[in-house]
Design a binder for this molecule. Structure first.
Ligand SMILES: [Zn+2]
Length: 122
């Protein structure tokens, strides 16, 4: 039996939480199902969108708060306007960069919570 943390990490690495070798995304586009084992990735109305958005927001907010703290600690002469612009750009870049990974994490979480869904037992 696989460890649940390892399953979540596998999803975060954009791999299938079931077989660990299929890819969740092809470029920027999410695959509907695993090309290796056939498990569905798209499962409407089960909350993976909400989990993804909350995780992206939470990690970005925590990292922005840490960044503001570090800027004020080591660069106190930087104006508030410059800090806001820098944090806005950093936050947008971080959100875009981490969105696919948190989507994979939420897919793995849904697989752990509701079980696997394959074409033959759906
Ligand atoms: Zn798979």
């Amino acid at each position: 039996m696989r460890d649940k943390t390892k399953t979540l990490w596998t999803g975060f690495r954009l791999r299938c939480p079931n077989c660990t070798s299929g890819r969740i995304f092809s470029g920027l586009r999410m695959n509907k199902m695993c090309q290796n084992c056939g498990v569905y990735f798209e499962r409407p109305a089960e909350g993976d969108f909400l989990v993804t958005i909350v995780m992206v927001y939470a990690t970005t907010a925590v990292l922005i708060a840490g960044l503001v703290f570090l800027i004020n600690m080591y660069l106190p002469h930087v104006s508030v306007a410059a800090q806001m612009i820098f944090c806005l750009v950093f936050g947008l870049a971080l959100s875009l960069a981490s969105h696919r990974h948190w989507k994979g994490f939420s897919i793995a979480l849904i697989h752990l919570t509701f079980g696997l869904q394959c074409p033959d037992n759906s």
